[in-house]
Design a protein around this ligand. Structure first.
Ligand SMILES: Nc1ncnc2c1ncn2[C@@H]1O[C@H](COP(=O)(O)OP(=O)(O)OP(=O)(O)O)[C@@H](O)[C@H]1O
Length: 255
């Protein structure tokens, strides 16, 4: 069966002055999957996301999102995607419920703030201000704001950077549950364990070019088939397992 393509990117180029940050990349994202863009600092991941999100102009190439051509109909793309707002967009005087009502008004949508906060486990914090939240809570709230317009696709740029292991695992569950409800997710991450757990497929970008694209399992199998072997014998647990075993799975911020 042909995959159902929701995002198609063909020969995408982006120049900042003389510098070419994205050098002709092409990839498809399938409806209902978690697709990861992986790559070192400066590889061009955020630039690529921001172009698809209609937030940044491209220099060349073609982008089609759910049938809408970015060049002809960016307005229709905006309506079906969920994008994380910059923290500066969170008016300091408003609490979480009020912020959601405000954003819903901007989208012209009727949203129940408590239901939405419930989805990201933040009902207890509904009267708190954004700045009073822990890092993990801030990320969960930011993901909640991407869901306000009931989008077909959400974009997450490094959703778990700076979080402790419990908060990261909690966000993995949240992202998986959003995918399981049928939303397509495209994310960037520097954490390979995260990509392995969360992503159905990944593209590895380096210096503005895609150098590999497949499922995490497929990429690992290909490396092993090429004769690669880890030098050290793999233990049955790692230090993160020790940490979680000692400190528990619960979210510390809820203590
Ligand atoms: N507004 C800009 N003006 C000039 N150069 C830029 C601009 N934004 C990004 N760049 C450059 O383009 C390249 C790609 O940046 P981008 O932020 O897309 O990378 P990234 O893969 O998301 O990196 P990171 O993992 O560090 O977030 C970098 O060399 C960066 O310095």
């Amino acid at each position: 069966m042909e995959p159902d393509i929701i995002i198609s990117v063909k020969d995408l180029h982006k120049r900042y002055g003389q510098f070419e940050a994205v050098k002709g990349i092409s990839f498809d994202v399938y409806r209902g999957e978690v697709f990861g863009l992986l790559g070192p600092n400066g590889a061009g991941k955020s630039t690529t996301l921001e172009i698809i999100e209609t937030l940044r102009d491209k220099t060349g190439g073609k982008v089609v999102v759910d049938g809408f051509d970015l060049d002809k109909d960016p307005g229709s793309i905006k309506k079906i995607i969920g994008v994380q707002l910059q923290a500066s967009g969170y008016y300091p005087g408003l609490n979480l419920s009020e912020l959601i009502e405000l954003f819903a008004g901007l989208y012209n949508k009727k949203v129940d703030p408590l239901e939405l906060l419930g989805r990201v486990n933040l009902v207890d914090k509904r009267k708190a201000k954004f700045k009073e939240l822990s890092g993990g809570q801030k990320q969960r709230f930011s993901i909640a704001t991407t869901l306000i317009n009931d989008p077909k696709i959400i974009f997450l740029d490094e959703p778990t950077t700076g979080l402790d292991p419990q908060a990261r695992r909690n966000l993995w569950q949240l992202i998986t549950s959003i995918r399981d409800k049928g939303t397509t997710i495209i994310l960037t991450t520097h954490y390979m364990d995260e990509a392995e757990v969360l992503c159905d497929r990944v593209a590895i970008i380096d210096s503005g070019k895609i150098i590999e694209m497949a499922s995490p399992d497929g990429l690992i199998d290909k490396l092993v088939a090429g004769g690669f072997e880890r030098r050290k014998e793999v233990k049955k647990a790692n230090l993160e397992d020790v940490f979680i075993h000692l400190t528990g799975h619960g979210l510390r911020e809820e203590d």
